[in-house]
Design a protein around this ligand. Structure first.
Ligand code: ASP
Ligand code: MG
Length: 402
């Protein structure tokens, strides 16, 4: 008997009606002769609402308590889905992350999955039950509730796919992965198949469909993911291992990340160990930085800038303040930045990709601030006010539209 893992995102379980519709998809998979595991997110905007509520109570809530709070969102949905299945005559059982031994590290709000005890799930599946699992949450070794970062239900889905062995269907409110955000680029096209590496790069530079970490996991354990619309039965986008044919596509898609801040540390000592000290301190707070640029001055000092997401600023500021006290110098913060990126495995072989991208931005009259690249990605930092136009220009320059 094959195993199918289905995940329903927040919008696909936002109302009682939608929960019944999701349950109908689960039942269809079950009655087709499969064992079915279902992973669910919190209903609608519940996670955002809980976050707002927390902020009303406390401006910088303790991360442990925030996780305790946020994990309740998914717990509501699992019980309701199980009830919907019961109402339609099917046996189902729901579990929180803790109940299936989904162990994580201690990094509250962005914990990483360490282990899943599949015994409990397997036993219930073998008894013919549909198993419902709360996405986005786990527990630490000592039993504290953790969450896996925004969009973390996908990580739960893929991790379960890896340990149980099965196909993952990721039901959401869009038709799949697009060549760019269709809300910004009107003629963006749905991609039928995309490689893990491309998807990972696209997610890390702003494509909202799937959390980077989930795709990383899928690649590691070779779990295929089908991202599809919960509102109809048409195929969406398959995220799979890279094939030869994919190399012919130079740019598979573009993405935009808004709300970036650039921090510049000025006049800090230019000697071995300083950069290590700065970024070790930042990493200890689980803050992800990119686009690090260092300029060495004539007077044995250096300026170092890097970008972070706005959301990380509250955590970062005290770290930077401490570094300035220790190292001397000063810090400036430039908000209102955005980053536009083009991604494709074909870039490894193709020449002139950067030139095409820079020319497109030049023709649109957009100033490029930082440039960063990987083997399969080129990114340019631009002013936030130019962000949408930058994405449109780059998407058009690579001929990606319909
Ligand atoms: N409910 C969580 C969030 O909104 C997790 C998820 O939806 O995947 O980020
Ligand atoms: Mg959500």
């Amino acid at each position: 008997m094959a195993l199918i893992l289905q995940k329903f995102g927040g919008t696909s379980v936002a109302t009682a009606e939608k929960i019944h519709a999701a349950a109908a998809k689960v039942i269809a998979a079950k009655t087709a002769g499969n064992q079915v595991v279902v992973v669910v997110s919190a209903m609608g905007h519940t996670t955002d609402e809980l976050l707002d509520l927390a902020k009303e109570i406390c401006s910088n809530p303790p991360k442990r308590e925030l996780d305790q709070l946020l994990a309740t969102g998914e717990q509501v949905t699992i019980a309701l889905i199980a009830m919907a299945l019961h109402a339609q005559g099917h046996e189902a059982i729901s579990f929180t992350g803790g109940q299936i031994g989904l162990l994580t590290d201690n990094a509250h709000s962005k914990a990483r999955i360490r282990d899943i005890d599949k015994k409990r799930i397997q036993t219930e599946l073998d008894h013919g039950k549909i198993v419902i699992v709360a996405g986005f949450q786990g527990v630490t070794e000592s039993g504290d509730v953790t969450t896996l970062g925004r969009g973390g239900s996908n990580a739960t889905l893929v991790a379960l796919g890896a340990v149980l062995g099965g196909v993952c269907e990721n039901f959401t409110d869009v038709d799949g992965v697009f060549t760019a955000d269709p809300r910004i680029v009107k003629n963006a096209r749905k991609i039928d198949r995309i490689s893990y590496d491309e998807m990972m790069e696209l997610s890390s530079v702003g494509a909202g469909v799937l959390q980077t970490r989930a795709v990383e996991f899928a690649k590691k354990y070779n779990v295929p993911i089908h991202v599809r619309n919960a509102g109809h039965d048409r195929p969406g986008t398959w995220i799979v291992a890279e094939t030869k044919a994919m190399e012919h596509v130079v740019v598979a898609g573009c993405a935009l990340k808004k709300d970036l801040t650039r921090i510049t540390l000025k006049n800090i000592p230019d000697r071995p160990g300083i950069v290590a000290r700065i970024f070790t301190a930042v990493a200890e707070h689980n803050i992800v930085v990119d686009d690090i640029i260092q300029n060495v001055m004539d007077d044995n000092t250096a300026n170092i800038s890097f970008t972070v997401e706005h959301g990380d600023l509250a955590d970062l500021k005290p770290v930077v303040d401490r570094l300035i006290v220790e190292l001397g110098g000063s810090a400036t913060y430039e908000k209102d930045l955005a980053k536009v990126s083009a991604v494709g495995v074909g870039m490894k072989q193709a020449a002139g990709v950067a030139g095409t991208m820079f020319s497109a931005l030049a023709q649109a009259g957009i100033n490029i601030q930082n440039i960063s690249t990987s083997e399969i990605r080129i990114s340019c930092t631009v002013a936030r006010q130019d962000a949408d136009r930058a994405l449109q220009a780059v998407h058009a320059a690579f001929g990606l539209g319909n």
